[in-house]
Design a protein around this ligand. Structure first.
Ligand code: PNW
Length: 444
């Protein structure tokens, strides 16, 4: 049997655009995801976040679910276009929503863990060049400063950015996330400006505002394995590791971009002149913790037809509903690698979870055995890792609710709570009930 200490943080997570809805209320203006989801052909079934889980109106009911889970903490994100609906225009009404939410959480003894950027850049900022424009760093800082000033009292920990790889590479290179560009030159610039805005926000928080809550960044990481021992596959796996993991890990922890990737990218990126004097030191500004979102390992093989020479390979692992390998052992390897090669910081698993096809039974139950097993396997892995001294301080299950799963719309359900999107009724799935048991007993 595995046990967790009293101060280990169990939590659950969501993000603003995926759950809030109320897209035109409280002074909010559109974000790049409103635009993208309304562009035909971009999101499954033409789904949008206009209503989503209607959390903006139902947050009190949702806090009751969080209470029923008994978790220590809840991770959510702030919608930037609620706070700055246009350039330089602070909107107190938008901030009020997050104050109410954070207050109610605190009243219930649940620690708010707040992400500033979970991908919903205001459209006004995009119209001025978005993250490709270096001015975006300042726009983000203005937004971050308001959040820090208004909310710090009510927040227990801060995350600057969630998964900059998705925002930069899925948004500007692969074209599957907002704003749907396919341009490596832009994507690499965007990644730099995201990272720079992270470093500057941490400096602002600590050195100028003298605030003291823990602050850090969350990366999505997958340990990468070659499909065979062929040198070509090993090369491809190394490139994919550079593309997904090291392009973000190296700047944050080593103040430099990986040389092999600079080389690979230089064939398609006209210049690296966007890296200015002092930037790398700023990006590597020390944080208080490191956030990791883990879903799956990656199995990669060589490809002559893809520009960066890698592609996913077929694997015989059990899969989630996203087609992602269930890989708790590789999760352990990832954490050991991070400890050995990158950082001594306390770690938080800020997301982990799985989509599966769920069936809502007539009695209101959802018997999501696979999701329960996925969750148990990863929580158990954390217990083993901590026995080895890996210092993982918390675990946030993705997600509290079924929600808008980006390009997959409402087709993929990651929730431990089932949402009937017709009626907005919520039903705790079996995985949620099991999670509540684990959280309560601190054992599995
Ligand atoms: C993360 N990929 O997104 C996000 O932080 C969540 O908002 C999201 O709902 C969750 O994981 C589940 O997908 C990702 O294509 C989206 O590799 C796509 C990828 C990875 C993470």
């Amino acid at each position: 049997m595995q046990t967790f200490s009293k101060d280990f943080i169990f939590g659950t997570a969501t993000s603003s655009y995926q759950i809030e809805g109320a897209a035109n209320e409280g002074g909010r203006t559109p974000s790049i995801w409103d635009e993208f989801s309304k562009t035909p052909g971009k999101v499954w079934n033409g789904d949008t976040g206009d209503v989503a889980c209607d959390h903006y109106h139902r947050f009190e009911e949702d806090i009751e679910i969080i209470k029923a889970l008994g978790v220590d903490s809840y991770r959510f994100s702030i919608a930037w276009p609620r706070i700055f609906p246009s350039e330089g225009q602070y909107n107190p009404e938008g901030m009020e929503f997050y104050k109410k939410l954070a207050k109610k959480l605190n009243d219930a003894g649940i620690k708010p863990f707040v992400t500033l950027y979970h991908w919903d850049m205001p459209k006004w900022a995009y119209d001025k060049g978005g993250w490709v424009n270096r001015d975006s760093v300042q726009w983000f800082l203005d937004y971050a400063e308001k959040c820090f000033e208004e909310l710090d009292d009510l927040v227990s920990m801060w995350i600057t950015h969630n998964e900059p790889w998705c925002a930069a590479l899925l948004g500007y290179y692969e074209g599957v996330h907002a704003p749907g560009h396919m341009n490596l030159d832009e994507a690499v610039r965007v990644s730099h400006h995201l990272l720079l805005s992270h470093g500057k926000a941490v400096e602002l928080y600590k050195n100028q505002l003298h605030l003291t809550k823990p602050i850090g960044i969350t990366l999505n990481l997958s340990p990468v394995y070659p499909a065979s021992e062929r040198v070509e596959d090993e090369l491809a796996a190394n490139n994919y590791d550079g593309y997904l993991n090291r392009w973000f890990l190296d700047p944050v922890f080593k103040a430099s971009y990986p040389k092999d990737m600079m080389n690979l990218y230089s064939k398609q990126v006209s210049s690296f002149d966007f890296i200015q004097e002092g930037d790398m030191g700023t990006i590597a500004t020390s944080c208080d913790f490191f956030g990791i979102n883990f879903y799956n390992r990656a199995l990669i093989r060589y490809s002559t037809t893809s520009p960066l020479l890698f592609e996913p390979a077929e694997s015989d692992y059990p899969k989630t509903g996203m087609g992602w390998d269930v890989s708790p052992n590789e999760f352990k390897e990832l954490i050991r690698t991070l400890r050995r090669d990158f950082t001594d910081l306390p770690m938080y698993i800020t997301e982990n979870g799985a989509a599966f096809q769920d069936v809502l039974e007539e009695d209101g139950t959802v018997k999501d055995v696979e999701r329960r097993e996925y969750m148990e396997q990863h929580i158990e892995a954390i217990a083993f890792l901590n026995e080895e001294g890996m210092n993982i301080r918390g675990y946030y299950l993705w997600s509290l609710l079924d929600n808008f799963e980006w390009a997959f719309g409402y087709d993929k359900r990651f929730g431990i709570t089932y949402v009937d999107f017709q009626t907005q009724k919520r039903y705790m799935k079996d995985s949620a009930k099991r999670y509540a048991e684990i959280v309560h007993s601190r054992q599995l």
